[in-house]
Design a protein around this ligand. Structure first.
Ligand code: PAF
Length: 290
C-alpha cells in the first residue's frame, strides 16, 4: 500500500519481508512516530548511506511502565509519512500492536548491567521493552545499518551492547543530537510543554553546556561537573531526577577524574520528563567503532 504522499507503507511483517527481499542495502530508522527534525536527520543519513531507507513507526507498549505516557504519547501518522517522503525514505513500517506482539508472544530480550542505572533505574523494564522491540525490528527488516540518536544515549549504548552480545548482523550508527534554537534537544515529548515550560527547559542544555565548557577549560572533577549542571537547573527553578557524569562506554558513574564522560540528566518540566546529554573526551565516531 502507498500513502497519499507516496512513501511505501508496510503494515505486516510479511509485507516488510517482501519489500526487503529486493531492497539491497537497507538503512533502518526505528521510531515511535511524532517525528521531528531529529528523526528527519536520522532518515536523511540512512537515505544517503543505504540503497533504501525504511523507518518504523510503532509506539511500543512494552517500553512504557505503569503510569507512564503510553496512551497519551503523541501520534501523527499522516504528517510522519509526509516527512518521511520528503526525506527520501523508501518505506515506512507501521505495524499494529498485534503484528509486533501476536498472541502467544512471550519472549523478551533482557539487557544486562548497562541498562541497570540512570534511565533503567528510573524506568524499570524500559530497556527490556526497547531491546525486545528493536531485536524484533532487526529480525523483521534485517537492515545493514540502523540509526539511533545520541539524545537517548543510554538506549544507544544498550542497543550497541545487545547487538554485540547477540552477534546481530547490523551496524549501529550513532547520530548527533538535533537542537532547537536556544538549545532544547528535540524530542516528541516537547509537545507536552507550554511556551513558558519550554523557556524553562532551556536550562537543561544550558547546564550541560556549562559543564562542557568547564571540561574544555580543564575541569576534570566529576563531582564539580555534576554541580555545574545541578546549579544551572536550580537557578531556573528545576530539580533534576538525576545528573550523571558517567563513563560513555560502561555508563558507570565516574567518581574521580572524568577524562571522558557522558554528562546526562533527566528532569521533569511540567508533565514532560526530559532527558539530555553531552559527550566529552570521546567522539560519536569513536563510539560507533566500539
Ligand atoms: O527511541 C525510540 O523512539 C524508541 O525507544 C525505539 C528505539 C523506536 C524503540 O521503540
Amino acid at each position: 500500500m502507498t500513502s497519499a504522499v507516496g512513501v511505501r507503507v508496510l503494515r505486516s511483517v510479511r509485507e516488510l519481508r517482501e519489500w526487503r527481499a529486493t531492497a539491497g542495502e537497507v538503512g533502518l530508522v526505528p521510531t515511535m512516530g511524532a517525528l521531528h527534525e531529529g528523526h528527519v536527520a536520522l532518515v536523511e543519513r540512512a537515505v544517503r548511506e543505504s540503497e533504501r531507507a525504511v523507518a518504523s513507526i510503532f509506539v511500543n507498549p512494552t517500553q512504557f511502565g505503569p503510569g507512564e505516557d503510553y496512551a497519551a504519547y503523541p501520534r501523527s501518522d499522516e504528517r510522519d509519512l509526509a516527512l518521511l517522503e520528503a526525506a527520501g525514505c523508501a518505506a515506512a513500517f507501521v505495524p499494529s500492536v498485534e503484528e509486533m506482539y501476536p498472541p502467544g508472544d512471550d519472549t523478551r530480550v533482557v539487557p544486562g548491567d548497562i541498562a541497570a542505572r540512570l534511565e533503567g533505574a528510573a524506568r524499570p523494564g524500559h530497556f527490556t521493552g526497547v531491546c525486545t522491540v528493536v531485536a524484533k525490528l532487526f529480525g523483521m527488516a534485517t537492515p545493514t545499518r540502523a540509526y539511533f540518536g545520541q539524545k537517548d544515549f543510554q538506549q544507544l549504548r544498550v542497543i550497541q551492547t545487545m547487538v554485540r552480545g547477540l552477534a546481530l548482523p547490523v551496524r549501529i550508527v550513532p547520530c548527533p543530537i538535533v537542537r532547537a534554537a536556544g538549545g532544547l534537544a528535540l524530542s516528541s515529548r516537547n509537545a507536552y510543554l507550554s511556551a513558558e515550560e519550554r523557556r524553562g527547559a532551556l536550562a537543561l542544555s544550558r547546564g550541560l553546556h556549562v559543564a562542557e565548557a568547564e571540561w574544555q577549560r580543564g575541569e576534570r572533577g566529576a563531582r564539580r561537573l555534576r554541580e555545574w549542571v545541578a546549579s544551572t537547573l536550580a537557578a531556573a527553578g528545576l530539580a533534576a531526577e538525576y545528573v550523571s557524569v558517567a563513563d560513555p562506554v560502561t555508563l558507570r558513574e565516574v567518581e574521580g577524574r572524568a577524562e571522558r564522560a557522558v554528562v546526562s540528566l533527566a528532569c521533569r518540566v511540567g508533565r514532560a520528563r526530559l532527558i539530555d546529554n553531552a559527550l566529552v573526551g570521546m567522539t560519536l565516531d569513536e563510539l560507533a567503532a566500539l
